[in-house]
Design a protein around this ligand. Sequence first.
Ligand code: ADE
Ligand code: ZN
Ligand code: ZN
Length: 261
Amino acid sequence: MRFICFLICFFPLWVTAGNFPDDWGKTGHRTTAEVASYYLTPVARERINSLLQGKSLALVSNFADDIKSDERYRALDPWHYVNFPLDKGYKDQSPSASGDIAQAIGKCIRVLKDPASDREEKEFHLKLLIHFIGDLHQPLHIGRAEDKGGNDIQVRWFSRGTNLHRVWDTEMIESFDMSFTELSQNLPVVTPEEVIEIAKGDYMDWMQDTRKITSEVYNSARVGEKLGYRYMYDHFDTVRWQLLKGGIRLAALLNEIFNEP
Ligand code: ADE
Ligand code: ZN
Ligand code: ZN
């Protein structure tokens, strides 16, 4: 009888915990946000600091994931990603009515630029934007609908069962075992000219740039494959580049938004 009660009480928890979709793990989002903070202009830094009431970009970078367990924010779940066929472009289909990462970023920018938005609205959408620019750089967040961006592709990470999406969100970054401050200082080294090159374009171009890697990521593992050291060796540099690009581009976007008079 006790066992039955235990099952009834905890089975739903166990099921949801196993399927809980997250994004670049906490360390990934904090790293991208930390990098962005290095590249802010003094004016943007000051205005952002005031909106966030002194909290760092890294601290608020996981807010959009933290509110997923609050049902008032259920409608924001599809805002973290977009799925379309690998041989198609984003604009080849009509935008999803429930929203996607591109629509979400567009909305955040509009709210932040609108003089009519109130302080709270701006703070909320700034936190979301810091998170979504991170997600925009995870190749499986610009994925394929049929496998939910790799969430349905089961693989092993060392001895544990996981899926390809989680390998890219979390497993590689956690295995590297650096704090976000350490990782943000151990990304690829770039010249000022390269920084300018990376920051060029808008978020639709950046989504397209991430998409260039998505097929490669899908081809990197077979269902059920055991991934580990070799996989890290082959793919962790790509993760480090994506975290860096996300940070530089987030700063470029925030500088554009917050330097306006
Ligand atoms: N759920 C469905 N598709 C997804 C994706 N590409 N990324 C994260 N979660 C998803
Ligand atoms: Zn996310
Ligand atoms: Zn994810």
